[in-house]
Ligand binder design. Structure first.
Ligand code: ATP
Ligand code: MG
Length: 427
């Protein structure tokens, strides 16, 4: 503690006084901590804390107090909250004070409490004001984890009967206030960062949308011209040229799928997708997709079979759900080894219709299961027949099913195959 000892009265207390003081201290600590946890904005919270401290009888302070917030980089204190009457000149001059200046600036440098008897006799009290009357001060540093956060000042009468012990309680309160300021600032920072992230995500979606949209047309040109050239409808090509044209065609087809998927992600994420929901039979869509994937399955000698239950008609967007079912089935075929079975089921589960695909493929570890429905996840299971992967299929499925207020999931164990499923609400 830093004190001008001249004229300092150290009152001794009786045991009764001590008990009374302790219980008062406890009450004030409790009250301050309650205020600091309230939802009000920081300025209001600190004003309430100041008012509480001025009412704390043991301190014998006036209804005149304030809090500076510290700018550690610029080494200045900025006046933030006050209670009581302060003149225009004070408010103007004390708006910002450098570290080291006057009593508060000194406390900001030393990090120690300053007790000052009189603003006139204490040489450290450098800032004087028109009409200033004699008073004393408690100047309390507000710290959090050793970092200077601000300074609290309380006005007392001049040469008051200081309790040496008061500094303990004041330092504790200083710590509570310091922690509260830091945690508020952090919340603000997180809120700001979240807003920035949302904005960036929006920009990313816009960019994705524009880029994939504008890449599509030139790509279609490459795709169709490579087909026309390979067809030899505009002239002969030799076998080597045909082989290269085939490669161009295959690569551009993959790029087309990738662009379409990217466009889907951007459309769904930016909320630009309009579901065209109609009440219809899910089994019809399932049958079509099973049929469509038969050829791929046969190539790998995979038995693709279905066991479709009696369903009630439900409301869904046919294109979206076709895409989801197509990806679930094609994944099962794509990641399963030859000569295995892929089984498709539909049934009613409580208030939902459920679609599931069971395969005898490589299965998924718990870690992979956590990443499965996020964008660009090409996990440990690799296509077993040279098929292509964009790693966007399941992320799109997840979003589309959620737009339908349904759920997607997987039940799997590494080496034991997987069951992928989604549900759609019955009404
Ligand atoms: N039935 C399955 N068995 C094992 N792993 C699977 C299965 N389905 C998906 N996966 C794993 O999850 C990853 C993500 O699947 P997703 O459908 O999103 O992408 P993809 O099939 O690789 O590419 P895309 O569907 O975009 O063409 C796959 O790369 C694969 O590793
Ligand atoms: Mg897929």
């Amino acid at each position: 503690m830093d004190m001008d000892t001249e004229n300092t009265v150290k009152k001794t207390e009786t045991p009764e006084e001590e008990i009374h003081r302790r219980s008062e201290e406890y009450r004030v600590l409790h009250e301050v901590s309650k205020i600091l946890h309230s939802a009000d904005e920081l300025k209001v919270v600190l004003e309430k804390v100041l008012a509480t401290l001025t009412r704390f009888k043991e301190l014998e302070v006036e209804y005149k107090a304030g809090i500076f917030l510290a700018d550690e980089e610029k080494k200045v204190l900025r006046l933030f909250s006050v209670v009581g009457e302060f003149g225009q000149e004070f408010m103007e001059k004390e708006k910002e004070i450098p570290y080291g200046n006057c009593l508060c600036g000194r406390a900001a440098v030393s990090g120690e409490i300053i007790i000052s008897n009189s603003c006139f006799s204490d040489k450290r009290h450098e800032n004087k004001f028109e009409g200033m009357t004699d008073h004393g001060h408690y100047i309390v540093p507000l710290k959090s984890s050793g970092k200077m956060v601000g300074v609290l000042f309380l006005y007392t009468d001049s040469n008051p009967p200081w309790y040496i012990r008061n500094q303990e309680i004041l330092l504790s309160i200083g710590g509570l206030i310091g922690d509260a300021i830091v945690s508020r600032n952090r919340e603000e920072e997180i809120k700001e960062k979240n807003e920035q992230l949302k904005e960036l995500n929006k920009l990313k979606n816009q960019f994705l949308g524009i880029a994939s949209h504008d890449l599509r047309n030139p790509l279609y040109t490459i795709l169709s011209f490579s087909e026309i050239l390979a067809d030899e409808s505009v002239g002969d090509v030799n076998p080597k040229q045909k082989e290269l044209l085939g490669k161009i065609n295959k690569a551009s087809r993959f790029m087309k799928t990738l662009l379409e998927n990217l466009l889907d992600v951007s459309k769904i994420e930016s909320g630009k997708i309009d579901l065209d929901k109609k009440v219809q039979d899910l089994n019809i869509v399932v049958d079509q997709q099973v049929e469509l994937n038969q050829l791929l399955a046969e190539k790998k000698e995979i038995i693709l079979d279905s066991n479709l239950g009696e369903l009630l008609p439900i409301s869904f967007d046919q294109n979206a759900i076709t895409q989801v079912i197509g990806n679930f089935i094609s994944n099962a075929v794509k990641f399963s080894p030859p000569k295995t079975k892929v089984l498709i089921f539909t049934d009613i589960d409580g208030d939902n219709v459920r679609f599931s695909v069971r395969d005898e493929g490589p299965g998924l570890s718990e870690d992979d299961q956590k990443l499965l429905f996020k964008e660009f996840q090409v996990l440990s299971a690799k296509p077993t027949g040279g098929e292509k992967s964009t790693g966007l299929g399941l992320a799109i499925c997840h979003k589309l099913i959620h737009l339908h207020e349904g759920q997607v999931g997987v039940i799997s164990e590494l080496g034991k195959g997987s069951v992928f499923f989604f549900t759609l609400p019955l009404n």
